[in-house]
Ligand binder design. Structure first.
Ligand code: F6R
Length: 366
C-alpha cells in the first residue's frame, strides 16, 4: 500500500506531480489557455455579486488560505480575509449575504471548520468548500465547491492536500478574475500556462530528495528552527515550520522575513538554523538583506533559491535550487523541499513519521 516507500508521508510527497495533474484535469484545458471550475459556472451570479471573501480553515488548510488570499486579491481585486475557523466561530463575526465563505478542509470533518460553515450559513453567506474527502460533512454543508482530487491522504502530516488546495485556490482566482474582468489577457494566459507545467517543475524539485536527506543529518540535533519567507512564500515558511514541529518535535517558527528585526532576530546565534525562501522574485533584494543580517549573527542559513542564483549561494551555508516559475505559483515548488526536510529530520531522529504523537488525522472534536 505504501508503493515501495518506507512511509505514507514520503509516498504522498512524491505523488504530488500526479495529484496536481489529477486536480487540474478537465479544469485547465489541454491547450493551457483557460481554466474552468464547474462551481464558478453554476454559481456565477452568487460569486460575482459578492463584496468580500472570508476563508476559514485550520492548520495546513489555513496556510493554504493565506496563499489563496494573495492570489485572489491580486487577480480579482476583491478583499479577502483568512481566519482560523476556531476563532471565527466564537467571535460573533460580521458576516452577511454579501460575503462568500470559502471553507478549506482536507478531511471535510474538522469540527471547528464545520461549525464556522454552519455559522456563516446562518448569517446568509454563500459557502464554497475546498475539500478532499468526497461526501464528507463539510462538502455536504456547503452551497458549492471544488474537490482537490488528490486521493486519500494517510500520513497525518498534510502534504499533497496542501498543494492541491493551493492549486484549487489558484484556479478559483483565475476563473473568478476572468468573469470579473479584473485580469489582463497576458497575465491570465501566462499564469494558466505556467500552472499547467507545475507538475513537471515539482518533479524536478523531487529530484532534490537525496541532497535534502544528506543535509538533514547536519540539522538533526538542532533544538530550534526559524523559517522565513515573504509575500507568497510567507505562508510556505509557516507550513515548513509546522511540518517540522509535527513530525520531528523540533521547535520551529515561521515568520514573514521582514518581521525578524522586530523580535526573532534576538534568537539568532551559531546554533540556530534559519530556512529562508529567497527565490528570484519581487522580494529578492529584501530577503537578501535579511540573509546578511542572519549571517552577521552567525546563524546557519539554508536558502531556497532560484536555479542559477550565485549571489545568495555564496553567502549561505546550504543551498536548495528551485526551478523558476511565476511568483504566485512559487509556493507549489518551494513547499516540496520543506516537506522533505521535515521528513528526513524526523526519520533521522527515529520518530514515527506517519503517526506523530498527540496528533490525529481528522480533528472531529474541539
Ligand atoms: C498539518 C495537519 C493539520 C490539518 C488541520 C486541518 O499537517 O495535518 O494541521 O491541516 O487539522 O485539517 P483538515 O484540512 O482536514 O480540516
Amino acid at each position: 500500500e505504501k508503493g515501495g516507500y518506507p512511509h505514507f508521508m514520503l509516498k504522498e510527497i512524491f505523488e504530488q506531480p500526479e495529484c496536481l495533474t489529477n486536480c487540474m484535469r478537465g479544469r485547465v484545458n489541454v491547450e493551457a489557455t483557460n481554466v474552468t471550475l464547474s462551481a464558478v459556472i453554476d454559481y456565477k451570479k452568487q460569486l460575482l455579486s459578492a463584496k468580500r471573501i472570508i476563508i476559514v480553515g485550520c492548520g495546513t488548510s489555513w496556510h493554504a488560505g493565506l496563499i489563496g488570499k494573495q492570489i485572489i486579491e491580486s487577480l480579482c481585486r476583491i478583499p479577502v480575509e483568512v481566519e482560523y475557523a476556531s476563532e471565527f466561530r466564537y467571535r460573533n463575526p460580521v458576516v452577511t449575504d454579501k460575503d462568500i465563505v470559502v471553507a478549506i478542509s482536507q478531511s471535510g470533518e474538522t469540527a471547528d471548520t464545520l461549525a464556522a460553515v454552519r455559522l456563516a450559513k446562518q448569517c446568509g453567506a454563500f459557502i464554497y468548500g475546498i475539500c478532499n474527502v468526497i461526501g464528507a460533512s463539510i462538502p455536504r454543508a456547503t452551497d458549492t465547491g471544488s474537490y482537490i482530487h488528490v486521493g486519500p491522504e494517510i500520513g497525518v502530516a498534510s502534504t499533497k492536500a496542501f498543494t492541491g488546495q493551493v492549486t484549487v485556490l489558484t484556479m478559483l482566482a483565475l476563473a473568478l478574475a476572468k468573469e470579473r474582468g479584473t485580469v489582463d489577457d497576458d497575465t491570465y494566459f501566462s499564469i494558466v500556462r505556467e500552472l499547467s507545467v507545475i507538475p513537471q517543475k515539482m518533479q524536478e524539485t523531487l529530484e532534490l530528495n537525496d541532497r535534502i536527506a544528506m543535509l538533514s543529518r547536519i540539522f538533526t540535533y538542532a533544538r530550534n528552527f526559524l523559517y522565513l519567507g515573504r509575500g507568497y512564500n510567507y505562508p510556505v515558511a509557516l507550513e515548513g515550520a509546522l511540518k517540522l514541529k509535527e513530525i520531528s518535535y523540533i521547535h520551529a517558527e515561521g515568520y514573514p522575513a521582514a518581521e525578524m528585526k522586530h523580535g526573532p532576530i534576538a534568537l539568532i546565534d551559531s546554533d540556530m538554523p534559519v530556512v529562508v525562501i529567497a527565490t528570484r522574485n519581487s522580494m529578492y533584494e529584501k530577503v537578501l538583506s535579511n540573509i546578511q543580517e542572519i549571517k552577521a549573527r552567525k546563524g546557519k542559513v539554508i536558502a531556497l533559491v532560484t536555479k542559477g542564483d550565485d549571489t545568495i549561494s555564496k553567502m549561505v551555508d546550504e543551498v536548495i535550487e528551485l526551478p523558476d516559475t511565476q511568483e504566485c505559483l512559487e509556493p507549489l515548488v518551494a513547499t516540496i523541499p520543506l516537506q522533505l526536510l521535515a521528513y528526513h529530520i524526523a526519520v533521522c531522529k527515529g520518530k514515527n513519521v506517519d503517526q506523530p504523537r498527540n496528533l490525529a488525522k481528522s480533528v472531529t472534536v474541539e
